[in-house]
Structure formats: C-alpha cells, structure tokens
Ligand binder design. Structure first.
Ligand code: IMP
Length: 427
C-alpha cells in the first residue's frame, strides 16, 4: 500500500515536476489534490521540455494513470489547451481521470480574481490571476460549480444563477464592471461537457481500490508549505492546502493510508508574489541565483524573488507535514560561491528565535541569522552518487539535513531527468 505525498517544503517552485517524473516510471497513479493551473511544473524528458500547469506531471509516464482529485479547481479551457499541446507532441493523455467533485474555475471567477487584486492596490496578494481564490471561495460559500454539474443543465443553470447573484451586485456596484450573464456562462460551460466526459470518474473509489491492490499512488502537491491557506504566510498564500493533510481531503484517502511524505526543498529559497521572505536578497547574489537557477515563473513568467537557504522554514515544513524525507533540488546552482550563507535562526526584535514564529507581525520583523558554509567550484552535474560530490558540497547537504530534521534522500544536480543522485529509494 505505498502512498507517497510529494510536496513543496518552501514557497513552491522547488522542482517537484522533476521529482514526480523521476518516480513516475514506478508509480501507478499520480494524483493532484489541490490548487489548479496556478501551479507550474517544468519537466525535462530527454531533450524535450514540458511546462505543465494543471495536469499531474505523471501524464508523461506511459504506465501511469494521472488523476485530478476532488480538491483541485479546474479551468476546462486550460485543461484542453494543455491536453492539445501534449497530444500534438505525441503524448497519450487518454488515461487521465478527473473527479466529478472537482470544482470548475468559471470565467467570472477569473474576472473576480483580477478585479479584487486591482482593488487591493499595494496590499495585493500578487495572485496568478487564474481565478483560484474566488473558485475556492465559491466552494466554501457553497455556490461552487462542480464538474458533475455539467451533466444536468437545469441544476447547472440554478447554480450559476446562485453564484452570480451576489457577484453581479459586487461587480456592478463596487468594482464598476458590467454584470455577467447567466445564459452566456451556462452555454460556455456546457460546451466543455462532452469532451470532459470520458475523463470524469469516481476518483475516490478508484484510488482506494488501487491502494487495496497494493498499487503505488503518488500525491503531488502544487505550490508549497508556506503558501498553505492554514499553515503558510497568511494572507500571502494560495487558497488551498498543499500541506500533507490536503492530500487526504483533496483525494479522499485516509491519513492511515499515507506511507511517506517527501518534501521538495530547493538548495536556496525563492518566492513569487507578495509576502514576507526573511532571506530575500536584493544584491548581485540574488541576481545570480535568479539567472543561474532560471528563476522565472512557469505559469506567470514573473521573476522569482531569490534568497539563501532558510533552515527555520525547512524545520517548520518537516513538522507541519510530518516529512519522512527531503528531495534537495538545484544544488548545482550554488556551484561557484566561495562561501554560502545558510539561515539557521531569526533575530526578531533583538531576540534569537529558532522556530518559525506563529505571529505574522513577528515573522515580518524576522532577520536572518546566517552561518557561512564553504562553497565548491567543481561541476557537479555529472555526479551519480553522493560520494561523487566535492567534499564541501557533501558537507553543505549534510548540514542542511541536520538543520532541517529529515533525511535528504535525493539530490537534484541538474535539470535533466537523469541528473539526480538517489540516496535512499522512495519506494
Ligand atoms: P493564487 O494561487 O493564484 O491565488 O496566488 C496566491 C499566491 O500563491 C501568490 O503569491 C502566487 O504567486 C503564489 N503561487 C500560486 N501558485 C504558485 C506556484 O505554483 N508556485 C509559487 N507560487 C505560487
């Protein structure tokens, strides 16, 4: 019954796609359990580079069934364009399964996301503008539209009416925008129904039966721990639960079924959008990390904010997710620095603090306390085993492991599929 959760241990973009894809060959199901097309995975297979936003990255592994769970929000137009793009490149996508309970990102959710951000001005969250937050808000407000609603026109119309009732008041009276017509939305949504139909399934049943049959199921988190609506740097977060518990609710699998929780951890730190980031760099080192690491958002094309590794955050990720392992990514990006600062604690209002403060005010005041580890200059991209790494790189990894509270079981030393050092097998 191997059920693995793979999730971002920082603010997302840690390189999950590579990790999922690496496991894909031995995994029977890859499941997304939250988020939507705000995620961005770049997966490199041979000389081909694939950018995925909504589809689980297991879609690139022929033996694997990709699943979009009930906790995901789905924009059908994005789904189809992603499927078309893969089909054009010869990838078979026919095995995809989508939960009938997953919520649909409607065109009005995208509109509300954009106008809300504009309205917030300098207090904006810096969302991806894909309608994620408003779709989850509708879900919680019980006026959401689910995939299964596309197969009952009368129900769909009633639900769209209910959802638009309040929103049109808001759009016209507060945001000064035109009202959205129910009929137009219903027509657009119904237009997706036939093409979606073959993929729609009772994914909760499928996944639980798969686990009973000892199949390997991989739950793939979008975004990252610090973007979690409950455990992240609220309000600068996404509107779902990327943390390990989200895999259970977002896929309908009980916590007793999860055997391993793997945190993807970048060898330094990045973040997109607004919000606190204690180790952020505003100098040439930050510029160099961005350039060498290719730190530009796959989904939004925005430059990522870059900074040194933060062990306080890694420890927090271990705790809140119950991590059993780390997959350390992008170690090669750090090649060439004489010494590498690592944040081991914070100084908050003159006091040294070892753990992530629960208070937002304190976290906004946190200044990094650095330890300086010796760097390396050798090319590490060809390293196949831990012993192939230069001593200082080995020591950097060991130091991170000790500070972060879980074993580092794999290390990414380059973007390619085979540029990974496996220390302990995940299966
Ligand atoms: P939303 O998810 O579009 O609502 O955006 C909320 C916050 O999460 C913003 O700061 C986004 O930049 C951030 N975010 C959303 N998806 C990702 C991701 O895949 N990687 C990194 N940050 C993300």
């Amino acid at each position: 019954m191997p059920a693995l959760v793979l999730l971002g241990a920082q603010w997302g973009d840690e390189g999950k796609g590579k990790a999922t894809d690496l496991l894909g060959g031995s995994v029977d199901y890859v499941v997304r359990y939250q988020g939507g097309n705000n995620a961005g995975h770049t997966v490199v297979v041979g000389d081909q580079k694939y950018a995925l936003h909504l589809l689980p990255s297991g879609i690139l592994s022929p033996g694997c069934t990709p699943v979009i769970g009930n906790g995901v929000v789905v924009d059908p137009s994005v789904l189809f364009s992603e499927l078309n793009g893969l089909n054009d490149r010869g990838v078979d996508t026919s095995k995809l399964l989508i939960s009938g309970n997953a919520h649909i990102i409607t065109p009005y959710n995208v509109t509300v996301d954009k106008v809300t951000e504009r309205f917030l001005g300098k207090r904006k969250i810096g969302t991806t503008g894909r309608g994620i937050g408003p779709t989850y808000a509708d879900k919680i407000n019980r006026v959401g539209i689910r995939i299964q609603d596309l197969y009952d026109e009368s129900i769909l119309t009633q639900k769209v009416e209910a959802a638009l009732d309040g929103k049109n008041q808001l759009l016209t009276k507060v945001f000064n925008r035109r009202a959205i017509e129910v009929g137009q939305v219903v027509e657009e949504l119904l237009g997706y129904a036939d093409r979606l139909k073959p993929y729609v399934a009772d994914t909760v049943l499928v996944l639980n039966q798969a686990l009973e049959q000892d199949k390997v199921v991989l739950f793939e988190g979008g975004q990252g721990t610090l973007l979690d609506i409950d455990h992240g740097t609220y309000p600068f977060v996404t509107s779902s639960n990327p943390t390990a518990g989200g895999a259970c609710t977002g896929a309908g699998v009980g916590p007793t079924k999860i055997s391993r929780v793997i945190g993807i951890l970048k060898a330094y730190t990045t973040r997109v959008g607004s919000g606190p980031f204690p180790t952020e760099l505003f100098d040439e080192d930050g510029e160099a990390l961005r350039r060498i690491g290719g730190e530009r958002g796959v989904t939004t094309g925005r430059d990522r904010r870059c900074g040194w590794f933060d062990a306080v955050i890694a420890r927090y990720a271990t705790r809140v997710n119950g991590l059993t392992d780390f997959f350390l990514t992008k170690l090669d990006v750090l090649t060439g620095w004489e010494q590498i600062p690592v944040c081991v604690a914070y100084e908050i209002d003159g006091e040294r603090v070892e753990e992530l403060p629960y208070s937002q005010t304190d976290f906004h005041h946190a200044k990094p306390v650095y330890e300086y580890l010796p760097g390396w200059s050798e090319d590490i991209t060809k390293a196949k085993t831990f012993a192939d790494l230069p001593k200082n790189a080995q020591d950097y990894v060991k130091a991170l492991e000790e500070m972060s509270g879980a074993p580092i079981s794999a290390i990414g030393v380059g973007p390619g599929r085979d540029e990974t050092i496996e220390i302990n097998s995940f299966l």
